[in-house]
Write a protein that binds this ligand. Structure first.
Ligand SMILES: O=C(O)CCC(=O)C(=O)O
Ligand SMILES: [Fe+2]
Length: 466
């Protein structure tokens, strides 16, 4: 398979620099984790077999047990239900630290007691009531409080809670976790509440090696919800205190809540040493940061630009082209280290070309992405747009419909599909589309406009007939 890039010593050298910077970033994050108040976990013995079973009553009752008891309470106590996900979907290439497709583990029993769940939840709710919130999840559709701002929970983690969860993570993912241990990149308590419009989290990967999620609510407190696992095409709803563990690179989402309140504890865990397979995610993040910084600078220039006089387009300020190249270089380095196995990188390259008006090239990249993951709603929706731009409206509709099958709440795909059906005068199709759209989608102003247009055309036609 031909690599897209990388020739010449100068570029290769820069790749090496980028990789070194990733390793340094990992070390800096580990140090930062300590500053936030998380002590790393170092294992003192080889991982016990995952079949080891200890009595549930040993788990997590004593607030400050002696060390030996603490260690015992930290054995991976319970078996897990395992869901298989092809490990190539992690996009880590042949250096993937996970050596199996058994990548989604849901414990068969609680690993946190009811009392522990309630205590953590209570502290999180106190912090939220005081107005604490982080923007870590970068979305308005849920609320989250960082664990490092929750002293009681932090202490509970120190006193054995973290060792318990990390031991479990180690038993589930032995190939990725060495004796040198694990540390918490971030911990969050996330609240979803249907009545407050906090209903979900979009599909994403987490910025760590392993993700561990424990519902603090009982499943009877909400409808819908759960953790949506894209490659399974399914939401997993766990009972209070059970743990869901998966590689952070499994694409997932906070599943749509249809009622009630769901509160979860999430720990993002990293291994002592960074695995080579993690370079891709860090390089992609670099590219995204460079892009975001360039966007911000452009917006600032626009805001600060004198409104009068001149009339000529400003020349790009010195350095901007270099920044663009840096973004591209990072994406290409990421492609190289992941051996072109990560569909998100092809998506990014496609979106970048699309933004620059290079629709053919965008489609070429999107197709490479689609070969690796044909269920990504954003990708499919963008492919629809590209198809339309290239004069293929029927293909565009097919892509929009596939995007909607993958994500029935995708407003962009709904709107683009609806607008195109209107343009093609396929009014029955438009009517059916609007009727199928969930209320949340129809509440969006652009969807309201589409519905109004359809109605006014229908009225005109009715009047013409009568
Ligand atoms: O709510 C969930 O089940 C998923 C949460 C999640 O993915 C996250 O916080 O990163
Ligand atoms: Fe996540």
């Amino acid at each position: 398979m031909a690599l897209l890039l990388l020739s010449g010593g100068a570029v290769a050298l820069r790749l090496e620099e980028a990789l070194r910077a990733n390793v340094a970033e990992h070390a800096e994050e580990r140090a930062h984790s300590r500053r936030l108040g998380f002590s790393p976990i170092v294992f003192s013995s080889p991982p016990p077999p995952s079949t080891v079973h200890i009595e549930p009553r040993l788990v997590g009752h004593s607030p400050s047990p002696p060390l030996a008891a603490r260690a015992r309470s930290c054995l991976p106590p319970f078996g897990t239900h395992v869901h298989k996900v092809p490990r190539h979907t992690l996009g880590m290439g042949s250096q993937c630290p996970f050596d199996t497709d058994e990548l989604i583990h849901a414990t068969k029993h609680p690993v946190l007691t009811e009392a522990e769940c309630e205590a953590i939840r209570q502290e999180a709710e106190e912090r939220m009531a005081e107005g604490a919130r982080s923007s870590f999840t970068m979305t308005e559709t849920n609320r989250d409080v960082p664990v490092h701002e929750m002293p009681r929970t932090l202490r509970w983690l120190e006193e054995g809670g973290l060792l318990r969860l990390c031991s479990l993570a180690r038993a589930c993912f032995a190939s990725a976790v060495s004796e040198r241990g694990l540390w918490v990149y971030r911990g969050l308590v996330i609240k979803y509440s249907f009545d407050e419009g906090l209903t979900h989290q979009p599909i994403h990967r987490d910025a760590s090696l392993l993700s561990c999620l424990v519902p603090l609510s009982r499943s009877s407190e909400y409808e819908g919800g759960g953790t949506w696992i894209e490659p399974l095409g399914q939401s997993l709803v766990l009972e209070q205190g059970h743990a869901l563990l998966h590689p952070s690179a499994v694409r997932h989402a906070g599943g749509r809540l249809r009622g009630g309140t769901r509160v979860v504890l999430v720990l993002f865990l990293n291994s002592h040493r960074m695995h080579f397979g993690e370079h891709g995610r860090r390089l992609r993040a670099r590219a995204q940061n460079i892009f975001a910084a360039a966007q911000e600078a452009a917006e600032e220039r626009e805001a600060g630009a004198p409104s009068a006089g001149g009339g000529e387009e400003d020349a790009a300020p010195a350095g901007e082209d270099d920044e663009d190249d840096e973004e591209l270089a990072c994406l290409r380095f990421a492609l190289e280290v992941t051996e072109e196995s990560d569909h998100e990188l092809f998506y990014d390259l496609g979106a970048r070309a699309h933004d620059l008006g290079q629709t053919q090239e965008a489609l070429r990249m999107y197709r490479r992405a689609e070969e690796l993951n044909d269920k990504d709603p954003m990708l499919l929706s963008n492919m629809g747009v590209a198809m339309l731009e290239l004069g293929e409206p029927r293909a565009a509709i097919r892509y929009y419909r596939r995007a909607l099958a993958a994500d029935p709440y995708n407003v962009n795909a709904y709107y683009n599909c609806g607008e195109l059906l209107l343009e093609l005068n396929r009014l029955r199709g438009l009517d059916a589309l609007l009727k199928a759209a969930p209320d949340e989608v129809m509440a969006e102003p652009e969807m309201q406009e589409l519905a109004a247009e359809l109605e006014s055309i229908s009225n005109v036609m009715d009047n013409a007939v009568t």
